[in-house]
Write a protein that binds this ligand. Sequence first.
Ligand code: WTA
Length: 656
Amino acid sequence: MSEEPQLEARLEAQEAFEPPASFVEQANVTDESIYEAFEEEWPAAWERAADLLDWEREWDQTLDDSEEPFYEWFVGGELNACANCVDRHLDERGDQPAIEWVGEPGETRTYSYSELHEEVNAAAATLRDLGVETDDVVTLYMPMIPELPIVMLACARIGAPHSVVFAGFSASALAERMEAADSDVLVTCDGYYRRGSPLDHLSKAREGLDQVDEATTVVVERLGEDAPSTVGSEHVYGDLVDPHRGSEVEPVTRDAEDMLFLMYTSGTTGKPKGVKHTTGGYLSYTAWTSHAVLDIEPADTYWCAADIGWITGHSYIVYGPLALGTTTVMYEGTPDYPEKDRLWEIVDDYDVNQLYTAPTAIRSFMKWGTEHPDTHDLSSLRLLGTVGEPINPRAWKWYYRHIGGSSCPVVDTWWQTETGGMMISTLPGVGTMKPGTAGPPLPGIGADVVDSEGVSVAPGEAGYLVVDRPWPGMLRTLYQNDERFLEEYWNSYSDPEDGEWVYSPEDGAKLDDDGYITVLGRVDDVVNVSGHRIGTMEVESAIVGVEGVAEAAVVGSDHPVKGEVIYAYAITEEGQPETESFREEIVESVEDGIGSFARPAEVVFTPELPKTRSGKIMRRLLADIANDDTLGNTSTLRNPDIVTDIQQEVREEEDR
Ligand code: WTA
């Protein structure tokens, strides 16, 4: 046997990896005692996170838990997030790149901290001119172009919360989010590049605007002459911003608990939830986790290959890394354009030190083969990270070996839009890594796995993940909906009479003997397609909106690369032909209602849906059918006998 296959075989069998010595030598956190220190000093221990920032006024109290679960952190403290991410770095590293941007067609832009400062100030002055006041919600609907973080920071500067809507969302999804946030200012762009072609974004934005009350609209000209639709009555970003270059806008002093931004995410119902994050707690938490888990230092070039339209990009492309004064890389396009080595080319060109990406991307890289990373020098990498879904040990090991050269720790970070930042992960300079297992809760984080009664389960048993202590990065509420906040996150396991408040993330998990947590996936009606969180009810409501559809049920089905894909089961109305074109109509309706990333992989017409006696659709059973060939492939579901048989079985099961 040659050395290569032997090495692979050994790696396949290995279940635990120690942090590489070369990494530990220089790591930000190397002492295991940090866990204990957090326990002993809790909640004051969290001040070390807040101490990573510059405060205009020191807080009076670390944690106020008098109105549980409406916790407040760093109470009385005052700061500005933009000043922390930009201004405070000017003296020491004004000329250092803050943002390295790579456009898909190959052009690049570098913004030093001084240049970023100038851009952000000009954008802030522009927003002010447009009448944006403190606490007005500004909606941003942009792809991965530099103006997106620039305008986010400009909003933060003037104390106007932003609500970023992922550019892949449809027009009506945009409209729904603007209405829900009472937002009447939109910053968008003419388009962007995807696989070499200019993509029209403005038409989609306009279509969304048609569905809302009047809104002031600003359009960034990303494509210019290549733009499929020209700017009309909208303001042109460049025209507004240019005259303000060189002017300064004083950062607005914000209370620690003032809202920094809103981010809409999917939940159990058809209506997206407006997750509210604050200035002091969120920024401290993203800075702290960037420092402790991603091991970021100012001299690093760090790359999170997510999209800023999702929470990962907010926390770990923009706020965390910039708060620490590092160089953050942004890439506009897809990882396989023009070739499948695009990411490795960027790592090589920019000497990237940390790479943070999603398991779905890693599984694609595996599929494409090692020849793509092998042709590039990836030796600048010091740490690798993953987020968004469970990573299978094979993909973890591939990443470790073929991207990290077996000398970079891999942090598998579990967290959510609601948690603001990472919650469960090994500390890369401290903990043993176990592929497939995220790790212990981070220092100061209380997490457990419980049964449906809220009782801790034994190691090795599957249960529900819970978080039983507050943390600074936590969501404070759902925008203008405290009731839903309590209902969705705090009702399942809390015992208010005993003063026990337990946050429920709606994930299944299990613990091992070392206290490491393996997250198994969602236990609510949310599917995770390529790391995109999609509510099945949202997809269902788009499908039942199609004339001729009587009823629909949507479930996730396992997929080797995407993690999950969407299976849609539809009952047609009497007389509606179940044709291919009707199927297409259903798919289009999902694209229009949510976005093409939520496109069902299969649309199955069925005469019936399995239901419980109380009439609830048994999604779990449909998911089993979608996942299990022995239950019949999708076409067999068309056979009413199968469905009734399954139903019969289930009823018998229920009666027993
Ligand atoms: C899943 C993304 C396993 C989980 C930051 C969670 C993970 C949901 C991991 C949140 C991980 C995220 N291992 N599952 N390391 N990270 N998840 O809000 O189901 O888009 O509840 O936030 O992604 O997705 P969201």
